[in-house]
Ligand binder design. Structure first.
Ligand code: NDP
Ligand code: GDR
Length: 339
């Protein structure tokens, strides 16, 4: 019989790539979606018509229990979150509730529905994946970062993710649940939200190229990140859940680039000189910045056989090409101007 997966955050970037990957592997895929008439659900259904939808909200414990009871999943991937770091200062409590406490609610739903008690074993249970983040490392104590690097989160988002990460470990240790965390570094794609810097830059370069804008306003150009392709990273999520023992893994490319280098590459891909168009704006700097992040994905390579296939330059070119095509058809996603 086909394995059954329940994905929270199905309307997000990773939800769509993970659903595609699992459907391709023969899974029956269910997505948890919130709201009465959420427009992102209808958009998702157009892209992924084989995904079945169950209503639920990470803020609502009962809805998660009902979803798990209804779907009876073999695997749960908890990707739902408030994921935009600047928003986590503006709505810190909501971020704690969704991104942090939401993990507790999902773990409790699984525990209650599968009748797991203290000292249980992980065999025959629902397997759980938590979307942890490199933002937990924050102000880094060593570079590159591994599964053993200390956390020093620099945003309410990073703090909430650290809570979810430790709780996932704790449910594994307390109840013997098969619960794993993927500590994923930044991963991007043409489906990335317009508020995140890679997509803001690819859209910005494409708009300027097509005469739809004259400048692009950005914050800190010196921040450095380890950027990979979302399509590669969702495969790591699945591999972690299939492994013989529940463990946590760092997932990234091991290569770091600055926002400045990202901008240079994206504008070059559009045939433009970035220095003529990019304006920096102090209002877009963060109260506390994460200066650099760089993964050491050795454990994932050795134990899961996972590696990334799309390089930074290929990723940037893919995103700029996609946005040039999208804007040429008259569609323009949210311009992310307040981000
Ligand atoms: P997105 O921001 O694209 O998607 C977030 C998803 O969470 C959306 O589907 C959204 O649904 C859902 N969501 C928000 N609030 C709730 C709620 N109250 N109840 C249920 N669902 C909710 O994120 P990504 O796809 O980029 O990331 C997926 C996960 O991985 C997130 O947890 C993120 O924090 C984490 N992560 C992402 C990284 C990246 O580089 N992309 C790196 C490391 C971790 P709706 O459409 O209803 O708003
Ligand atoms: P991040 O991604 O905060 O790392 O979180 P984002 O793309 O928002 O920022 C990356 C870096 O770019 C700098 N930056 C700007 N960022 C945005 N959004 N807009 C700007 O105009 C801008 N100018 C410079 C930022 O200061 C930052 O240093 C992402 C999210 O997907 C999280 O959910 C995830 O956990 C982490 O990646 C890993």
């Amino acid at each position: 019989m086909a394995r059954r997966a329940l994905i929270t955050g199905i309307t997000g970037q990773d939800g769509s790539y993970l659903a595609e990957h699992l459907l391709g592997l023969g899974y029956e895929v269910w997505g948890l979606a919130r709201g009465q008439a959420n427009p992102r659900v209808s958009r998702m259904r157009k892209l992924l018509s084989d995904v079945q939808v169950v209503r639920g909200d990470l803020l609502d414990q009962g809805s998660l229990i009902s979803a798990v009871e209804r779907v009876q999943p073999d695997e749960v991937y908890n990707l739902g979150a408030i994921s935009f770091v600047p928003m986590s200062w503006e709505q810190a409590e909501l971020t704690a509730e969704v991104t942090g406490m939401g993990v507790l609610r999902m773990l409790e739903a699984i525990r209650v529905c599968s009748g797991v008690s203290r000292g249980g074993s992980s065999s025959g249970q629902i397997r759980f994946y938590q979307a942890s983040s490199s933002e937990m490392f924050g102000q880094v104590s060593e570079t590159p970062q591994t599964e053993r690097t200390a956390f020093h989160p620099r945003s309410p988002y990073g703090v909430a993710k650290a809570y979810g990460h430790f709780l996932t470990q704790n449910y594994r240790e307390s109840y013997g649940m098969f619960a794993v965390s993927g500590i994923l570094f930044n991963h991007e794609s043409p489906r990335r939200g317009a508020e995140f810097v890679t997509r803001k830059v690819s859209l910005g370069a494409a708009r300027i190229k097509l005469g739809l804008a004259t400048e692009l306003r950005l914050g800190n150009l010196e921040a450095r990140r380890d950027w990979g392709f979302a399509g590669d990273y969702v495969k790591a999520m699945h591999l972690m859940v299939q492994s013989g023992r529940p463990e946590d893994y760092v997932i990234g490319t091991g290569r770091m680039k600055s926002v400045r280098e990202l901008v240079e590459a994206a504008f070059a891909a559009a045939g433009l000189d970035w220095e003529r168009y990019v304006v920096t704006d102090q209002a877009l700097h963060r109260p506390a910045e994460v200066d650099l992040l760089c993964a050491d994905p050795k454990k994932a390579r050795a134990q899961l056989g996972w590696e990334p296939h799309v390089s930074f330059d290929e990723l940037v070119a893919m995103m700029v090409d996609a946005d040039l095509r999208l804007l040429s058809t008259g569609h323009d996603p949210d311009d992310g101007s307040w981000s």
